[in-house]
Design a protein. Structure first.
Ligand SMILES: [Zn+2]
Length: 256
């Protein structure tokens, strides 16, 4: 199927789960007109793996960061490494970084420390940030308000409509993926209907968060079209227009 070019703004294509068939995954993405994929960083030990992949495939673009989900494996000195790594490897963004306030996660203070340090780096390097925020949108907003020159995306958005407007005001984009296609995803669907299209991004978050049609499967970039179709249906705007504008948005944010 041919559509307007799409950009998968958040895909963990470096994960081992793609090691056996990555070229085929990329071929299916390309067959669906997805030739630009953003790979977020997770832990220091995997930055090199992302770097190699991005050197190998023109469609892949690297971000480097320390993901809050793996906070216990990060050390404070990793932040200095991050600073140096960015200097020599020129990612398109810093991340993913952020806050995850689910009960089993590391203490909030430690998360906040890494998050702010990564925002400092992003601002000083004039790079956008990829933010992971789970049950933490209020604190994320409060934190990024301290920065005047920051822009970025909130990946897999799960906050409220009012918070989305605040984030947009702070020059952030709202990114959504497969979970918005679920029959019971009424909350995010209502938000998508209302927020301006020029502030929306689309992502798969593959291998996680497959859409309704691919429930239970490993997610991959080719499925991104299902999210675009859902946004089209919710906003009553043609698929081609959703594809075109979300691609413009991603190019603008990541300077692609
Ligand atoms: Zn992610």
């Amino acid at each position: 199927m041919s559509t307007t070019a799409l950009i998968d703004t958040h895909c963990h294509l470096d994960f081992e789960v793609f090691d056996n068939d990555r070229p085929l995954v990329l071929q299916r993405a390309s067959d669906n007109n997805i030739n630009t994929i953003v790979i977020p960083g997770t832990e220091k030990i995997y930055w090199e793996r992302i770097k190699k992949l991005c050197a190998q495939y023109e469609s892949l673009h690297a971000c480097y960061g320390l993901h809050p989900y793996w906070i216990n494996s990060h050390e404070k000195k990793d932040l200095q490494h991050l600073n140096a790594y960015i200097e020599s490897n020129h990612p398109i963004a810093i991340g993913e970084c952020g806050l995850d306030f689910r009960p089993h996660q590391a203490d909030k203070k430690t998360q906040q420390y890494f998050f702010e340090a990564e925002l400092d780096i992003a601002e000083s390097k004039q790079l956008p940030v990829v933010i992971h925020s789970v049950k933490a949108t209020e604190t994320v907003i409060k934190t990024i308000k301290q920065y005047t020159k920051l822009s970025g995306m909130i990946h897999s958005y799960s906050g409220s409509y009012e918070q989305a407007l605040q984030l947009i005001e702070l020059d952030f984009f709202i990114s959504v993926g497969g979970s918005t296609t679920y029959y019971n995803a009424k909350r995010i669907q209502a938000i998508i209907k209302k927020i301006p299209l020029d502030r929306l991004l689309v992502e798969t978050d593959a291998p996680d968060q497959p859409d309704q049609l691919n429930k239970g499967k490993r997610n991959e970039p080719a499925y991104l079209i299902n999210t675009v179709k859902k946004i089209s249906q919710l906003k009553q705007i043609p698929v081609a227009k959703i594809a075109q504008q979300t691609t413009i948005n991603a190019k603008h944010l990541f300077r692609l």
